[in-house]
Design a protein around this ligand. Structure first.
Ligand code: HEM
Length: 148
């Protein structure tokens, strides 16, 4: 008997599931200790084990094409108060630092590209219908400096 082989056309994922787990856990360990991002997550994430498992599913879908993730990232982020360009920049910086340490250049490139694209979409939409717009408290929309 031969083991069942995936179809020849199946794309080869850039990374293993173990690498996704390491990426997600490493990244959120940084996030939790970060003076800018840490407090935001402290306020909104109450079950870190569940959050990490959820985000492993998300990145596994992004990078490996798995189908376990079910969630609503856009509305979740639109509902967060106080998002601004500095937070997104820091998020991307810590993410890039973590992917750079993965030792897997293909995963690094794919993950960084996805993250940058998604962050841009989140911020663009946030300026139109994010929590702070609806609350009338968004300051300096579109500003990309240190003090949004
Ligand atoms: C300023 C930058 C960001 C901050 C402060 C932030 C913060 C958060 C917080 C607090 C949650 C939990 C929300 C909740 O459970 O109600 C969350 C969930 C999540 N975040 Fe972010 N995030 C940021 C950027 C990003 C980016 C760039 C991505 C993807 C590339 C991302 C992916 C996700 C996903 C997939 C979830 C789970 C959504 C769901 O439950 O469906 N986040 N984020």
């Amino acid at each position: 008997m031969h083991a069942v082989q995936p179809p020849a056309s199946a794309p080869v994922p850039c990374c293993s599931e173990e690498e996704v787990v390491l990426l997600v856990h490493g990244f959120y360990a940084r996030v939790r200790h970060d003076p800018l991002l840490g407090p935001v997550f402290d306020r909104h994430v109450h079950d870190w084990d569940a959050h990490l498992a959820h985000l492993v599913d998300f990145w596994s879908a992004m990078l490996r094409g798995t189908r376990r993730f079910s969630g609503a990232p856009m509305p979740r982020h639109m509902a967060l108060p106080g998002l601004n360009p500095a937070l997104f920049e820091r998020w991307l910086q810590l993410f890039a630092r973590t992917t750079a340490e993965s030792g897997n250049p293909a995963m690094q490139a794919e993950a960084d590209a996805r993250a940058t694209l998604i962050a841009r979409r989140f911020w663009q939409r946030y300026q139109v219908e994010g929590h702070d717009v609806l609350a009338g408290t968004l300051r300096n929309p579109g500003h990309h400096g240190e003090h949004p």
